[in-house]
Design a protein around this ligand. Sequence first.
Ligand SMILES: O=C(O)CCC(=O)C(=O)O
Length: 290
Amino acid sequence: MQCKPLSPALGVEITEVDVANINDADFTELRKQWNAANGLAVIRGQRLTPQTQTEFSRRFGPLFGEDDHFQESVKPFLMPEVPTIYRVSNKKSTSGEPLGRSRAGSYWHSDVSFRSHPAMASLLYGIEIPAFGGDTLFASQIAAFNALSPSMQQMLGSLSAVHDFRVAANASGSYAASDLVSEDFDGQNQYCHPVVIKHPDTGQAALFVNEGFTSHLQGFDAAESQMLLQFLYNHCTKQEFIYRHRWLQNDLLIWDNRATIHLAIQDYDADRYMHRSTVIAKTPEAFVPD
Ligand SMILES: O=C(O)CCC(=O)C(=O)O
Protein backbone atom coordinates (compact mmCIF):
# COMPACT_ATOMS: atom_id res chain seq x y z
CA MET A 1 0.00 0.00 0.00
CA GLN A 2 1.40 3.41 -1.03
CA CYS A 3 0.23 6.55 0.75
CA LYS A 4 0.72 10.18 -0.29
CA PRO A 5 -0.64 13.29 1.48
CA LEU A 6 -3.07 15.34 -0.63
CA SER A 7 -3.16 18.69 1.18
CA PRO A 8 -1.88 20.23 4.41
CA ALA A 9 -5.32 20.09 6.08
CA LEU A 10 -6.56 16.64 5.09
CA GLY A 11 -6.51 13.76 2.68
CA VAL A 12 -4.29 10.82 1.79
CA GLU A 13 -4.08 9.17 -1.63
CA ILE A 14 -3.76 5.40 -1.33
CA THR A 15 -2.66 3.20 -4.22
CA GLU A 16 -1.56 -0.42 -4.58
CA VAL A 17 -4.41 -1.80 -2.53
CA ASP A 18 -7.51 -3.78 -3.53
CA VAL A 19 -10.12 -3.07 -0.88
CA ALA A 20 -12.41 -5.88 -2.10
CA ASN A 21 -9.73 -8.37 -1.00
CA ILE A 22 -7.97 -6.48 1.78
CA ASN A 23 -6.52 -8.47 4.68
CA ASP A 24 -6.87 -7.46 8.33
CA ALA A 25 -3.37 -6.00 8.66
CA ASP A 26 -3.81 -3.80 5.57
CA PHE A 27 -7.27 -2.72 6.71
CA THR A 28 -5.83 -1.65 10.08
CA GLU A 29 -3.10 0.30 8.26
CA LEU A 30 -5.62 1.91 5.89
CA ARG A 31 -7.77 3.02 8.82
CA LYS A 32 -4.71 4.39 10.59
CA GLN A 33 -3.74 6.41 7.50
CA TRP A 34 -7.34 7.65 7.18
CA ASN A 35 -7.37 8.93 10.76
CA ALA A 36 -3.90 10.45 10.38
CA ALA A 37 -5.13 12.31 7.27
CA ASN A 38 -7.95 13.92 9.29
CA GLY A 39 -10.56 11.55 7.88
CA LEU A 40 -10.25 11.57 4.09
CA ALA A 41 -8.81 8.74 1.97
CA VAL A 42 -8.76 8.69 -1.84
CA ILE A 43 -8.23 5.11 -2.94
CA ARG A 44 -7.48 4.83 -6.64
CA GLY A 45 -8.27 2.13 -9.17
CA GLN A 46 -10.83 0.01 -7.31
CA ARG A 47 -13.11 -2.61 -8.90
CA LEU A 48 -16.20 -2.84 -6.71
CA THR A 49 -19.59 -4.41 -7.15
CA PRO A 50 -22.42 -3.17 -4.90
CA GLN A 51 -21.88 -6.33 -2.81
CA THR A 52 -18.11 -5.98 -2.42
CA GLN A 53 -18.47 -2.26 -1.62
CA THR A 54 -21.04 -3.17 1.05
CA GLU A 55 -18.80 -5.89 2.53
CA PHE A 56 -15.78 -3.57 2.67
CA SER A 57 -17.86 -0.73 4.17
CA ARG A 58 -19.16 -3.04 6.92
CA ARG A 59 -15.60 -3.35 8.22
CA PHE A 60 -16.01 0.21 9.51
CA GLY A 61 -19.32 -0.53 11.27
CA PRO A 62 -23.08 -1.03 10.72
CA LEU A 63 -24.57 0.51 7.59
CA PHE A 64 -27.54 2.67 6.73
CA GLY A 65 -29.90 0.59 4.61
CA GLU A 66 -29.62 -2.47 6.86
CA ASP A 67 -29.19 -1.57 10.56
CA ASP A 68 -30.97 1.77 10.18
CA HIS A 69 -32.63 3.62 7.34
CA PHE A 70 -32.15 7.02 5.79
CA GLN A 71 -34.87 9.67 5.67
CA GLU A 72 -37.77 8.23 3.64
CA SER A 73 -37.27 10.29 0.49
CA VAL A 74 -33.87 8.68 -0.06
CA LYS A 75 -35.57 5.30 -0.65
CA PRO A 76 -36.10 5.67 -4.41
CA PHE A 77 -32.35 6.20 -4.81
CA LEU A 78 -31.27 3.04 -2.97
CA MET A 79 -30.44 0.03 -5.12
CA PRO A 80 -33.53 -2.18 -4.78
CA GLU A 81 -31.44 -5.38 -4.67
CA VAL A 82 -28.65 -3.89 -2.48
CA PRO A 83 -30.29 -1.22 -0.26
CA THR A 84 -27.00 -0.36 1.45
CA ILE A 85 -26.05 1.40 -1.80
CA TYR A 86 -27.35 4.94 -2.30
CA ARG A 87 -27.07 6.02 -5.92
CA VAL A 88 -25.78 9.55 -6.52
CA SER A 89 -26.34 10.52 -10.15
CA ASN A 90 -27.81 12.97 -12.62
CA LYS A 91 -28.62 10.09 -15.05
CA LYS A 92 -32.09 8.95 -16.05
CA SER A 93 -33.33 5.62 -17.40
CA THR A 94 -34.65 5.41 -20.96
CA SER A 95 -38.15 5.85 -19.51
CA GLY A 96 -37.05 9.05 -17.73
CA GLU A 97 -36.77 7.65 -14.17
CA PRO A 98 -33.88 9.12 -12.11
CA LEU A 99 -31.05 6.58 -11.64
CA GLY A 100 -29.88 8.34 -8.49
CA ARG A 101 -30.18 11.47 -6.41
CA SER A 102 -29.17 14.38 -8.62
CA ARG A 103 -27.65 17.53 -7.09
CA ALA A 104 -26.88 15.53 -3.91
CA GLY A 105 -24.79 17.55 -1.48
CA SER A 106 -24.86 20.89 -3.30
CA TYR A 107 -24.29 22.61 0.08
CA TRP A 108 -21.66 22.14 2.82
CA HIS A 109 -22.73 19.28 5.06
CA SER A 110 -21.83 16.30 7.19
CA ASP A 111 -23.90 13.28 6.16
CA VAL A 112 -27.00 12.58 8.24
CA SER A 113 -25.93 15.03 11.01
CA PHE A 114 -29.64 15.50 11.83
CA ARG A 115 -29.84 12.05 13.48
CA SER A 116 -28.90 10.92 16.99
CA HIS A 117 -26.69 8.40 15.20
CA PRO A 118 -25.31 10.37 12.26
CA ALA A 119 -22.98 9.04 9.58
CA MET A 120 -19.50 7.97 10.59
CA ALA A 121 -17.80 7.10 7.29
CA SER A 122 -19.26 7.63 3.82
CA LEU A 123 -17.73 5.62 0.99
CA LEU A 124 -18.35 7.03 -2.50
CA TYR A 125 -17.30 5.03 -5.53
CA GLY A 126 -16.97 6.84 -8.86
CA ILE A 127 -18.33 4.74 -11.73
CA GLU A 128 -19.06 7.33 -14.43
CA ILE A 129 -17.20 10.62 -14.22
CA PRO A 130 -17.53 13.74 -16.42
CA ALA A 131 -14.38 14.62 -18.41
CA PHE A 132 -14.28 17.80 -16.35
CA GLY A 133 -16.48 19.30 -13.61
CA GLY A 134 -18.26 17.54 -10.77
CA ASP A 135 -15.41 17.92 -8.26
CA THR A 136 -16.12 17.45 -4.55
CA LEU A 137 -14.74 19.79 -1.87
CA PHE A 138 -13.80 18.57 1.60
CA ALA A 139 -12.98 20.81 4.59
CA SER A 140 -11.20 19.59 7.71
CA GLN A 141 -13.20 20.49 10.80
CA ILE A 142 -10.24 19.45 12.96
CA ALA A 143 -7.98 22.02 11.26
CA ALA A 144 -10.81 24.58 11.46
CA PHE A 145 -11.19 24.04 15.21
CA ASN A 146 -7.43 24.15 15.82
CA ALA A 147 -7.16 27.51 14.03
CA LEU A 148 -9.56 29.25 16.43
CA SER A 149 -8.30 31.24 19.42
CA PRO A 150 -8.29 29.44 22.79
CA SER A 151 -11.05 31.79 24.02
CA MET A 152 -13.31 30.99 21.05
CA GLN A 153 -12.55 27.26 21.39
CA GLN A 154 -13.54 27.39 25.05
CA MET A 155 -16.76 29.32 24.37
CA LEU A 156 -17.83 26.97 21.55
CA GLY A 157 -17.04 23.97 23.74
CA SER A 158 -20.05 24.73 25.94
CA LEU A 159 -22.55 25.07 23.05
CA SER A 160 -24.96 22.70 21.30
CA ALA A 161 -26.66 23.05 17.94
CA VAL A 162 -29.86 21.62 16.54
CA HIS A 163 -29.51 19.83 13.20
CA ASP A 164 -32.67 19.40 11.16
CA PHE A 165 -33.25 17.82 7.73
CA ARG A 166 -35.78 20.64 7.10
CA VAL A 167 -32.92 23.10 6.64
CA ALA A 168 -31.71 21.35 3.49
CA ALA A 169 -35.22 20.44 2.38
CA ASN A 170 -36.26 24.10 2.49
CA ALA A 171 -33.10 25.44 0.82
CA SER A 172 -33.75 26.61 -2.71
CA GLY A 173 -32.47 24.26 -5.40
CA SER A 174 -31.37 21.41 -3.10
CA TYR A 175 -34.27 18.92 -3.10
CA ALA A 176 -37.23 18.88 -5.43
CA ALA A 177 -40.32 19.39 -3.24
CA SER A 178 -41.85 16.39 -5.05
CA ASP A 179 -39.04 14.13 -3.65
CA LEU A 180 -39.93 14.89 -0.04
CA VAL A 181 -42.48 12.87 1.92
CA SER A 182 -44.18 13.57 5.26
CA GLU A 183 -42.17 10.81 7.04
CA ASP A 184 -39.06 12.92 6.42
CA PHE A 185 -40.41 15.29 9.08
CA ASP A 186 -41.64 12.82 11.71
CA GLY A 187 -39.11 13.96 14.32
CA GLN A 188 -36.33 11.41 13.80
CA ASN A 189 -34.49 13.73 11.40
CA GLN A 190 -33.78 16.39 14.00
CA TYR A 191 -31.20 16.19 16.80
CA CYS A 192 -29.13 18.44 19.07
CA HIS A 193 -25.35 17.78 19.02
CA PRO A 194 -22.39 19.49 20.71
CA VAL A 195 -20.79 22.20 18.55
CA VAL A 196 -17.34 20.72 19.28
CA ILE A 197 -17.11 16.94 19.26
CA LYS A 198 -14.39 14.52 20.30
CA HIS A 199 -13.20 12.02 17.71
CA PRO A 200 -13.67 8.58 19.30
CA ASP A 201 -10.49 7.09 17.78
CA THR A 202 -8.03 9.98 17.98
CA GLY A 203 -9.43 12.17 20.78
CA GLN A 204 -9.12 15.22 18.50
CA ALA A 205 -11.64 18.08 18.66
CA ALA A 206 -13.67 18.97 15.57
CA LEU A 207 -16.31 21.59 14.81
CA PHE A 208 -19.67 19.91 14.23
CA VAL A 209 -22.00 22.42 12.59
CA ASN A 210 -22.80 22.64 8.89
CA GLU A 211 -24.74 25.04 6.70
CA GLY A 212 -26.70 22.20 5.08
CA PHE A 213 -28.40 20.81 8.16
CA THR A 214 -27.76 22.99 11.25
CA SER A 215 -30.82 25.06 12.13
CA HIS A 216 -29.80 26.98 15.25
CA LEU A 217 -27.69 27.13 18.40
CA GLN A 218 -29.53 25.88 21.46
CA GLY A 219 -30.47 28.59 23.96
CA PHE A 220 -29.71 31.62 21.75
CA ASP A 221 -32.23 33.87 20.11
CA ALA A 222 -32.50 33.72 16.33
CA ALA A 223 -30.31 36.75 15.56
CA GLU A 224 -27.55 35.67 17.98
CA SER A 225 -27.59 32.12 16.65
CA GLN A 226 -27.51 33.30 13.05
CA MET A 227 -24.54 35.61 13.71
CA LEU A 228 -22.43 32.97 15.46
CA LEU A 229 -23.28 30.24 12.96
CA GLN A 230 -22.48 32.51 10.00
CA PHE A 231 -19.09 33.26 11.58
CA LEU A 232 -18.48 29.50 11.92
CA TYR A 233 -19.63 28.70 8.35
CA ASN A 234 -17.25 31.36 6.97
CA HIS A 235 -14.43 30.12 9.18
CA CYS A 236 -14.81 26.37 8.65
CA THR A 237 -14.72 26.59 4.84
CA LYS A 238 -11.60 28.76 4.57
CA GLN A 239 -9.32 27.78 1.69
CA GLU A 240 -6.56 26.46 3.92
CA PHE A 241 -8.88 23.80 5.39
CA ILE A 242 -9.99 22.49 1.97
CA TYR A 243 -8.99 19.70 -0.38
CA ARG A 244 -10.70 19.72 -3.81
CA HIS A 245 -11.11 16.28 -5.33
CA ARG A 246 -11.04 15.87 -9.08
CA TRP A 247 -12.56 12.46 -9.68
CA LEU A 248 -11.07 9.65 -11.74
CA GLN A 249 -13.14 6.64 -12.68
CA ASN A 250 -12.84 3.85 -10.05
CA ASP A 251 -11.84 6.21 -7.24
CA LEU A 252 -13.21 5.18 -3.86
CA LEU A 253 -13.36 8.08 -1.42
CA ILE A 254 -13.84 7.48 2.29
CA TRP A 255 -14.61 10.50 4.42
CA ASP A 256 -15.20 10.79 8.13
CA ASN A 257 -18.31 12.87 8.78
CA ARG A 258 -17.13 13.50 12.36
CA ALA A 259 -14.02 15.28 11.11
CA THR A 260 -14.95 16.79 7.72
CA ILE A 261 -17.71 18.57 5.82
CA HIS A 262 -18.12 18.35 2.04
CA LEU A 263 -19.83 19.98 -0.92
CA ALA A 264 -20.44 18.60 -4.43
CA ILE A 265 -19.94 21.24 -7.13
CA GLN A 266 -22.86 21.26 -9.59
CA ASP A 267 -21.06 22.58 -12.66
CA TYR A 268 -21.53 19.77 -15.20
CA ASP A 269 -24.08 18.35 -17.63
CA ALA A 270 -22.23 15.17 -18.60
CA ASP A 271 -23.33 11.87 -17.04
CA ARG A 272 -22.06 11.24 -13.49
CA TYR A 273 -22.90 8.02 -11.62
CA MET A 274 -21.66 6.93 -8.18
CA HIS A 275 -22.46 4.44 -5.43
CA ARG A 276 -22.40 5.54 -1.79
CA SER A 277 -22.42 3.29 1.27
CA THR A 278 -22.76 4.96 4.66
CA VAL A 279 -21.57 3.72 8.05
CA ILE A 280 -23.60 4.65 11.15
CA ALA A 281 -21.81 6.49 13.98
CA LYS A 282 -22.33 6.38 17.72
CA THR A 283 -23.91 9.57 19.09
CA PRO A 284 -21.07 12.15 19.06
CA GLU A 285 -19.69 13.25 22.43
CA ALA A 286 -18.69 16.77 23.37
CA PHE A 287 -14.96 17.57 23.40
CA VAL A 288 -13.83 18.39 26.91
CA PRO A 289 -10.28 19.83 27.07
CA ASP A 290 -7.91 18.28 29.64
O1 LIG B 1 -21.57 13.81 -5.46
C1 LIG B 1 -20.66 14.03 -4.67
O2 LIG B 1 -19.51 14.26 -5.01
C2 LIG B 1 -20.94 14.03 -3.19
C3 LIG B 1 -22.38 13.82 -2.88
C4 LIG B 1 -22.69 14.07 -1.43
O3 LIG B 1 -22.61 15.18 -0.96
C5 LIG B 1 -23.03 12.97 -0.57
O4 LIG B 1 -23.11 11.83 -1.03
O5 LIG B 1 -23.20 13.22 0.64
